[in-house]
Design a protein around this ligand. Structure first.
Ligand code: FUL
Length: 474
């Protein structure tokens, strides 16, 4: 017995520790990343001139010759469209470097563009500084040109190119590792030293958020259609997985893991055109403003970030068709979310008033005055808001206080107008959840949240009546 007692105590502690799930939380660079919401991807390089999507790595460097490269125009377009940053394909799978790297012989230096004196990264990073947008880099680990690809030496080459980027073009806010891994020029596949790559970035630039299929900081959403899961956990279990072929199933990447151990939110990458690179034949296939708005609802509106690819054309400029669609999209967004019907209205907590003789406990107190009611148990999971007269609503936007972690695991929103009641339900909220539905009339709205781990983790609620044609595709 004497021996058993401490053992059983130990056992109970172990059980308890298991039940109290340590809540993963975003780091401060990740929190800042969530606030970015939407930014541009630029796929630009030899493929722009050869009409390919995956260059072979054998294209002569001379192919790359933009006639009017204007990175300031790219960044101005991004800014006007409300994007907060950009990510450029500094090197795609063909291995061509958009900067004069010392570790490659297939770069802008070998091209005719600006007599080999040009540097796209220099121009783009300077334009980002000028306009106040964040600068990010995609550096394909797969390289179909580099002679060392497929050998240990290539891992060093890759690290050295990362060092060049961070030293010459920083600060780099997001670094993008594509999971694609095919054969190099010698027919060999590379075994990537991900641990070394991660260590290098951490040492060079600890605040850079790193994307790959499985993070370490941002994960792929599992599709290239720009669509996040209606259930979207910001947490993921990565033990035993690697980026690329060794990553979890696409469904897992879309939904995340409910009690996942690490904070690795999903990013939705998608192109405004069918291809990632510019192809003249796709000038008439640019997404419409309405389609972009729909993408917004299905990415940012599901707690993810939207990385929207806008491929510059052979001049080195954003094509007018893309600019037009982006302006239209920006206007639609501004219009839709201009008038918050809940603005200035008080949110109320439900209190458990049964002790005071009320059977249903359905009494509400203003959220901002809850300290005056410290004798009655406040039900922070149940909140209410009311209007002076009934309102038509077809969109609710919720924000979770994710600095505390993602604790809301389900919600129910009830719209009440006299005896009429209708409701919508869902699972996750995260940084932002936009819910659109057929118009409903409400005099009051009640919000029921499941599992907030005893905190009020609901940050804000807003309501809108948006153009009905915009929500049809939901
Ligand atoms: C993929 C690549 O193979 C595509 O070419 C593109 O860069 C896309 C964003 O990622 O894995």
């Amino acid at each position: 017995m004497r021996i058993l007692k401490p053992l059983s105590l130990l056992f109970s502690f172990a059980l308890l520790a298991n039940c109290i799930h340590a809540q993963p939380k975003p780091s401060s660079p990740q929190l800042a990343w969530h606030n970015m919401e939407y930014y541009f991807f630029f796929h630009f390089g030899p493929n722009t001139f050869t009409d390919l999507e995956w260059g072979h790595g054998t294209e002569p460097a001379d192919m790359f010759n933009p006639t009017e490269l204007d990175c300031r125009q790219w960044v101005r377009t991004a800014k006007a469209a409300g994007a907060k940053g950009v990510i450029i394909t500094a090197k795609h799978h063909d291995g061509f470097c958009l900067w004069p790297s010392k570790y490659s012989t297939h770069t802008v230096r070998e091209s005719k563009w600006k007599d080999g004196k040009g540097d796209v990264l220099k121009e783009l990073s300077a334009a980002c500084k000028e306009y106040g947008l964040k600068f990010g880099v995609y550096l394909s680990p797969w390289d179909r040109n580099h002679p060392d690809y497929g050998t240990d030496k290539y891992n060093e080459v890759y690290v050295n190119t990362m060092k060049e980027l961070f030293s010459n073009y920083g600060p780099i806010w997001e670094f993008w590792w594509d999971g694609a891994n095919g054969e190099g020029p010698n027919g060999k596949m590379q075994v990537y030293d991900w641990a070394l790559f991660k260590k290098t970035i951490k040492e060079l630039s600890p605040n850079t958020v790193v994307f790959s299929d499985i993070g370490p900081h941002i994960r792929w959403v599992g599709n290239e259609s720009g669509i996040a899961g209606t259930t979207n956990w910001n947490t993921l279990d990565t033990a035993g997985f690697t980026p690329g072929k060794g990553s979890p199933s696409r469904d897992t990447l879309t939904a995340g893991n409910k009690y996942g151990k690490v904070w690795i939110p999903a990013e939705c990458d998608v192109s405004i055109r069918p291809g990632w690179f510019y192809h003249e034949a796709e000038d008439s296939k640019v997404r419409t403003p309405e389609n972009l708005f729909d993408l917004w609802l299905k990415s940012v509106g599901r707690g993810s970030n939207l990385l929207l690819n806008i491929p510059p054309d052979r001049r080195g400029k954003i094509h007018p068709n893309d600019s037009l669609a982006l302006v239209g999209f920006s206007n639609l967004r501004d219009r839709a979310f201009k008038n918050d019907l809940l603005s200035g209205r008080k949110l109320y907590y439900k209190i458990d008033n049964r002790g005071n003789g009320r059977a249903d406990g359905s009494v509400f107190i203003p959220k901002d005055k809850k300290s005056e009611f410290n004798k009655v148990p406040v039900l922070k999971n149940e909140q209410m808001i009311s209007f002076s007269k009934p309102q038509n609503i077809n969109c609710i936007v919720l924000n979770e206080r994710i600095a505390n972690g993602q604790t809301i695991t389900g919600f129910r929103i009830v719209f009440i107008n006299g005896d009429d009641r209708s409701e919508i339900t869902g699972t996750t909220i995260g940084h932002k959840r936009i819910l659109s539905f057929p118009v409903t009339t409400a005099k009051s709205i009640e919000i029921y949240l499941t599992d907030m781990q005893n905190r009020d983790n609901l940050k804000t609620v807003s309501a809108y009546l948006i153009d009905e044609s915009l929500i049809e595709k939901q």
